[in-house]
Write a protein that binds this ligand. Structure first.
Ligand code: NAD
Ligand code: IPM
Ligand code: MN
Length: 361
């Protein structure tokens, strides 16, 4: 069966990094992986072409696809755009919500070759392998009511609602416990249950789910402590499960344990296994168009796509080994550059991964 993959390059470095992941997918195709790539527009790219960040055509193509590969959206050109529903980020959030992609997996794995590239001491991060499971379709991102208001005395205010319901918490909790069973059987649930009602319910449901998983150890941590523990002793974690906003912040923090945000891939899955795959970082406007961005997070996201949505785990493994191989060769983009290594561009890095992939049959 032909695998239909929708590619949404988006903005900033998006087109540069997705082009490299597409090269790797093309190499899979050459070896018999049956796929069809369809290209679409999202974010600022779609605003410029159609006036809206998520054209109906893109959402339909997303529904029809077996998997989606996305670069990144957003940038200074559109950040003050009105109405705010038309900003690039709404395109991304619209696909997540539209396809019910509630389970966001963000694996923070340190390639041993990059132990010295991390800003933390090698002994703190070596061997690191954490899976952050972030709830992606609820929380303060989507809660209503939201908006701006004005008090009687003329003072303006902005407000959002942090709401998470039992069903949402239960399904993301199950995702985390199921994943933990295939790993080191530890789940740390991160919340702010000492203050927020939404978190109190979150914690109650997590405790309830744990009863069905007696073989998995559940612990709880407040978000402030977890942020500190993640840089103090990150290897204490196996699976971290948390809400949309806490997960957004923790995953950027965790990326630095792996050397760079340019190394952190992600998968966003729904209940039927359909998924969108994108690097955890943004459109990096500060380095866009220079061919210097690190494409590895996007290439590793393509590997996650093959593993989680397209039932091709051997190809996923081989891409990950190819990434290890280019790091062994000492090839580094600017963000992970180390003494004695060879600095390469975005496209040279992609080419090197393809070359290693072909060799590592
Ligand atoms: P960012 O992740 O784009 O960039 C933060 C820093 O990391 C920058 O210095 C950037 O150069 C660097 N960086 C990011 N990716 C890199 C890569 N692959 N290689 C090397 N360096 C890399 O975050 P930001 O600057 O806060 O946001 C920029 C724009 O991206 C905003 O419009 C934001 O809304 C959007 N954004 C989009 C996504 C997404 O599409 N999933 C995620 C985060 C931010
Ligand atoms: C991410 C991004 C998005 C988020 C933004 C661009 C909407 O930061 O994918 O991590 O907050 O989820
Ligand atoms: Mn983010």
């Amino acid at each position: 069966m032909t695998n239909r993959i929708l590619v949404l390059p988006g903005d900033g470095i998006g087109p540069e990094i997705t082009a490299e992941a597409v090269k790797v997918l093309d190499a899979c195709y050459e070896e018999g992986f049956d796929m069809e790539l369809v290209f679409g527009k999202v974010g600022g790219d779609a605003i410029d072409a159609t006036g809206v960040p998520l054209p109906d055509e893109t959402l339909k193509a997303a529904h029809d696809a077996d998997a989606i590969l996305l670069g990144a959206v957003g940038g200074p050109k559109w950040e003050a755009l009105e109405p705010r529903e038309h900003r690039p980020e709404k395109g991304l959030l619209g696909i997540r919500k539209g396809l019910e992609l509630y389970a966001n997996l963000r694996p923070a794995i340190l390639y041993p070759q990059l132990a010295e590239a991390s800003t933390l001491r090698p002994e703190v991060v070596s061997g690191l392998d954490i899976m952050i499971v972030r709830e992606l379709t609820g929380d303060i991102y989507f809660g209503e009511p939201r908006g701006f208001g004005e008090k009687e005395d003329g003072t303006r205010y902005g407000y959002n609602t942090y709401i998470s319901d039992e069903k949402e918490i239960r399904r993301i909790g199950r995702t985390a416990f199921d994943l933990a069973r295939k790993r080191n059987r530890k789940v740390c649930s991160v919340d702010k249950a000492n203050v927020l009602e939404a978190s109190m319910l979150w914690r109650e449901i997590m405790n309830d789910i744990a009863k069905d998983y007696p073989d998995v150890e559940l612990s709880h941590m407040y978000i402030d402590n977890a942020s500190m523990q993640l840089v103090r002793a990150p290897k204490q974690f196996d699976v971290i499960v948390t809400g949309n906003m806490f997960g957004d912040i923790l995953s950027d923090e965790a990326s630095m344990l792996t050397g760079s945000i340019g190394m952190l891939p992600s998968a966003s899955l729904n209940a039927s296994g359909q998924g969108m795959f994108e690097p955890s970082h943004g459109s990096a406007p500060d380095i866009a168009g220079q061919n210097i961005a690190n494409p590895l997070a996007t290439i590793l996201s393509a590997a996650m796509m093959l593993r989680y949505s397209l039932e091709a785990p051997e190809l996923a493994d081989r891409i990950e080994r190819a990434v290890g191989d280019v790091l062994d060769q000492g090839l580094r983009t600017a963000d992970i550059m180390q003494e004695g290594a060879r600095r390469v561009t975005t496209s040279e890095m992609g080419d090197a991964v393809v070359e290693a992939f072909k060799r590592l049959k």
